[in-house]
Write a protein that binds this ligand. Sequence first.
Ligand SMILES: Nc1nc2c([nH]c(=O)n2[C@H]2C[C@H](O)[C@@H](COP(=O)(O)OP(=O)(O)OP(=O)(O)O)O2)c(=O)[nH]1
Length: 331
Amino acid sequence: MPRSAGLSERALMMSQPAPLLVVAGVLADSTGRVLIAKRPAHKHHGGCWEFPGGKLESGESVGDGLARELREELGIAVTTSARIGLVVEPRPQHELHLIVQRVLAWSGSPQALEHSDIAWCQPNELQRFHLAPADRRIAQWLCAPAQLAVTPGPESLSDSEWPARIDLALRRGAERVHFRGGAHSWAQHPDGLARLIAQVHAAGLTVALHDLPELAVSLYVDALHLSERCARQFESRADIGWPGLLGISVHADTDSDWIRRVQPDYLLLGQVHGTPSHPDRQGMGWARFAELAAAYCAPVYAIGGVGPADLQSAKTHGALGVASISAYFPT
Ligand SMILES: Nc1nc2c([nH]c(=O)n2[C@H]2C[C@H](O)[C@@H](COP(=O)(O)OP(=O)(O)OP(=O)(O)O)O2)c(=O)[nH]1
């Protein structure tokens, strides 16, 4: 078993025939374009585009396997990478476990040594390529918002103050607004909430609603986000009755097997650093964050004492992006 395989991967391996472990690397250039490669016609999924990589050899770590494959396939030397997520694809003989790594540092110029072609494209152009099925999930991750603005409770501002504060959050770089309750629930302010959701949508951005599955359905939000306590009330994802994007807040001590059973689309993991709002809770730090992020199936956002200025650190430590209240809704 590769040293870097996470807890959930190990659990999956114990309960089922050994999965096919494949590592794929996402290289990005300075303009944000990512590298994809076309599989030769004679191979499985021949003619499909994929992220370069290949099967891990027995006992090989994720980092070593990625470096070997990208040397063979592209002629580059990879020095550092961080986990983005794990795609599990059911297959007749064994599941495919596609471990997706962001390549953080490499030398050399990529060439198609084993693929029939390579191409650089912006993440939002990936849908134009005929991607291998598992890679469509990776494309979604790469197009996902990197900055999540979490609101304070509805009671913290008056009805007339909210629109300007939402605008401020968007000007500060928020790409999705997470409406989270406080002393009051947003369920007590459905009309005001509907207006604020329309304001975010009009700006071309997306909305998540926290802990209110029924309201999420009736207000057509883009994502339902559950606290761990709320998520634990449901036996499975199907019981939640929410068909869209699902996120869960988790902590350093949340067990990753439970996360795998719920199958969220993304996680908010915190807190990374200590914050004035939770002076009693110590931050886990980036090293622990990276270790946990690599053990989950779903991609992870960093929360707790982080903001837009930490975006690069977050990506270096295995996060899709950052989430914050105070960075977007300053008091
Ligand atoms: N490398 C890579 N493989 C992917 C991706 N998406 C996807 O479904 N796969 C599948 C296709 C194959 O079934 C498997 C990888 O097998 P492979 O044939 O590329 O592995 P390899 O480079 O070690 O090749 P070989 O030595 O067996 O010829 O994973 C992806 O983005 N990158």
